[in-house]
Design a protein around this ligand. Structure first.
Ligand SMILES: Nc1ncnc2c1ncn2[C@@H]1O[C@H](COP(=O)(O)OP(=O)(O)O)[C@@H](O)[C@H]1O
Ligand SMILES: [Mg+2]
Length: 361
């Protein structure tokens, strides 16, 4: 026990020295991007398809689409990527730009609040360039309406004059490609969704794929990692490359201070236990969420608002960050009446289900 508290202190000290990363150990598995990620992600971000691991179905579709666009000398169809944070949506957009040999302009919906923001950026595009809009489900109505003709026929509808003298002007735009990314495809309006040629959900990564991501990152960062060490980290990365990359750094710090700096299975497991990430990659919040449903609500179903209030998290964070992985792993189930912990969830946390609860599954 003393070792654990000692090690926790080690990570907290590290966090302080990093300054930009929050000190809660649980934040290590938070897939949302932090300032710390931004600086180091730019160095390890894949630039070409061959470096972009996994998502093979999507990659083959894209390769064909890119080839065709090049041959026809036409802009690429507009693309929409959706899925939980950290799965590689932004990365994929820049890989596509690289593969096309074109420029990418990266922005996000909250930065396009005023009409002139979106008009300005559209007018600044050149033929064949890519406009990447992150969190595209958050675009306001006005911005969306500006985008419709821009995406469909490459022009802007501008109005000039007042009242009776109002005139609509059609301003042609360069033939750009829009790539949208969102964690919530369902929140996108129908007309906007319809204007994308390809809509694709990014999948969680397998343990083997994550081990490849980890090995690649370790190499770039000069970290000495053994294959069993990479697999141990991969198993606890929630199917998410961003988390895998973050964990490798933390485990490496641990290995340097606590042993010889080599990341093998034993060191990785010790370091990850200290971060309270369990063998399935669940962190303290995941476990608190499931324990709450089991202990206070008899396993559920219970509404998401109630859960959020009890945990002191917001609904969006639970929906976007925690729930997708718990659903995918089958620990949690979504029903019209709320969330339920599954028999696997009970087993994982060491709880027993009553006969009556079992009969409901
Ligand atoms: N397929 C992949 N192969 C290798 N690394 C990846 C892959 N996808 C994501 N990453 C890594 O994970 C980090 C987060 O990816 P990002 O594209 O920012 O996720 P998203 O935009 O979906 O939140 C990137 O910096 C990148 O290094
Ligand atoms: Mg992103």
């Amino acid at each position: 026990m003393t070792i654990i508290s000692d090690d926790s202190k080690f990570f907290q000290e590290k966090d302080k020295s990093r300054n930009t990363e929050k000190s809660r150990a649980a934040d290590v598995v938070e897939p949302a991007v932090s300032d710390f990620d931004k600086s180091f992600e730019s160095n390890i971000r894949p630039k070409k398809f061959e470096e972009y691991i996994g998502q093979s179905a999507l990659k083959s579709t894209l390769k064909i689409t890119i080839e065709a666009a090049k041959k026809r000398n036409q802009p690429l169809d507009h693309l929409l990527f959706y899925g939980p944070p950290g799965l590689g949506k932004t990365t994929l957009a820049s890989v596509i730009a690289n593969e096309l040999g074109t420029k990418i302009k990266i922005t996000s919906a909250p930065a396009l609040e005023r009409p002139r923001d979106i008009i300005g950026i559209l007018m600044s595009m050149k033929d064949g360039e890519i406009l990447f809009i992150d969190e595209i489900h958050r675009l306001n109505k006005v911005a969306e309406e500006i985008l419709y003709p821009a995406m469909e026929d490459f022009f802007l509808d501008m109005t000039t004059g007042k009242a009776q003298t109002v005139k609509t002007l059609r301003v042609p735009l360069p033939k750009f490609t829009l790539i949208g990314a969102t964690t919530k495809a369902g929140a996108l309006s129908g007309p906007l969704r319809d204007r994308f040629g390809i809509i694709h959900r990014l999948q969680f990564y397998t343990k083997e794929e994550l081990a490849q991501v980890i090995t690649r990152t370790a190499k770039l960062l000069n970290i000495d990692i053994k294959p069993d060490g990479a697999m141990a980290i991969a198993g606890r990365s929630r199917g998410t490359p961003r988390i895998a990359n973050r964990l490798i750094k933390r485990v490496c710090d641990y290995a340097i201070v606590k042993s010889d700096g080599i990341v093998d299975e034993k060191t990785a497991n010790l370091a990850l236990d200290t971060l309270h990430i369990d063998r399935c990659g669940l962190d303290t919040t995941d476990r608190a969420l499931m324990t709450l449903i089991i202990e206070k609500y008899d396993g559920g179903p219970v509404g998401i608002e109630t859960l959020a209030a009890a945990l002191g998290e917001d609904v969006k964070t639970i929906e976007d960050v925690y729930e997708p992985f718990l659903l995918q792993e089958g620990f949690l189930q979504r029903t019209p009446r709320g969330r339920k912990v599954s028999p696997e969830g009970y087993r994982h946390l060491g709880y027993k289900m009553s006969m009556e609860q079992k009969s409901l599954f």
